[in-house]
Design a binder for this molecule. Sequence first.
Ligand code: NZQ
Ligand code: ZN
Length: 389
Amino acid sequence: MDNFTYCAPTRYIFGRDTELETGRMTAQTGCSKVLIVSGGRSARQSGLLDRVMKSLDDVGIEYLELTGIRPNPTDDRVYEGIDLVRRNGVDGLLAIGGGSVIDTAKAIAGGALYDGDFWDFWAGKAVMQQALPIGVVLTIPAAGSEGSGNSVITKTDGMRKISLRTDYALRPKFAILNPELTFTLPPEQTAAGIADMMAHILERYFTPTSDVETTDRVSEGILMAIINEASKVMANPHDYQARANIMWAGTLAHNGVCGCGRREDWTSHGLEHELSALYGVTHGAGLAVVFPAWMTFMASHRPEKVAQLGRRVFGITGDDDKAVALKTVDSLRAFFGSIGLPLTLGQLGIPNPDYATLTRKFHENKGTPFGPYYPLQPIDTEAVYRLML
Ligand code: NZQ
Ligand code: ZN
């Protein structure tokens, strides 16, 4: 196990009706005027935005709005938000939605306190040290941004989708998690969220670091819980207990606890970010195609950890790591298929992928070679993309 520091300072408020606490929690962060960031329709349609605004009114917190944030959020909305914050004396951000909304709010929170172009942080030209306080009311368990220090933004010029990782600056001050808010999710978003949270655990599970048994077992336990609860939420979207378990799993998957003491991989996310930047696919659905393909490649190049996953999580038996690893991929694909996720690029709506561009952009953004678990050269990267057809 490697040395590590772990601090996840977000306060989680979990359970029914907890969105009514938004005003009180925002006041506790010391904010007096917030920018509410939200998505296209769902939070307004369900009445959630009205309830949040009333709870702000009740404690005398002023607010203005930035609405219509789309999935795979882009830099133009961040610039718009920074401008609103600066012109109106806003001192905090309130994100009502999923990863796209939260990541936009985070980028505004960091960019508003910086004299230069906010993209400098994403381009690696500056290190973010501070941001305005961020609060979250989560409506989709998926990206885990409610507990992470990350923000993923696409620069429209060149369609570069980049994940910025900060240790603390972008971790929300509080996150309100009411599983009932997820009842309205369409099945494909529920399933994509499940794939994404599983991927967040797997990116950490596939590590070159040895002797991380405790963190491995924590990860395997959360994966098994997700697999168990997934069929229940798909069968009955109003199953509160199953929704609650999935929601908490999504947060634990990405708030750092599954990465303690080890190097993390993140190759599959890099491969997927190129798909969503180029073809606009849903992040979690893209991962359902990417991860099994990457694991198939690893079955031939570094099968041990894939086989461990198969034996411990999917109950696969056998002594030959490669054979067990390939069966693990079959099991993972069968699970994704059972909740309606796409399994190939064709099913993802990409019948003729531009392998050369995907490969080139992956290495431009991540470096060459890339992959702590098993370093990919461009020829390997293209081979992994081809395994997705
Ligand atoms: O815009 P609305 O109308 O709200 O619809 C959204 C959107 O269309 C809908 N939705 C959300 N909550 C709903 C709902 N529909 C009905 N009822 C509800 N309760 O769901 C759709 C997807 O929303 P989005 O925010 O895009 O989902 P997600 O949380 O999956 O976020 C994806 C983004 O997060 C990034 C991804 O790359 C992608 O850009 N990620 C961010 C991470 C981070 N910051 O730590 C890590 C992840 O790996 C990921 O890369
Ligand atoms: Zn993800």
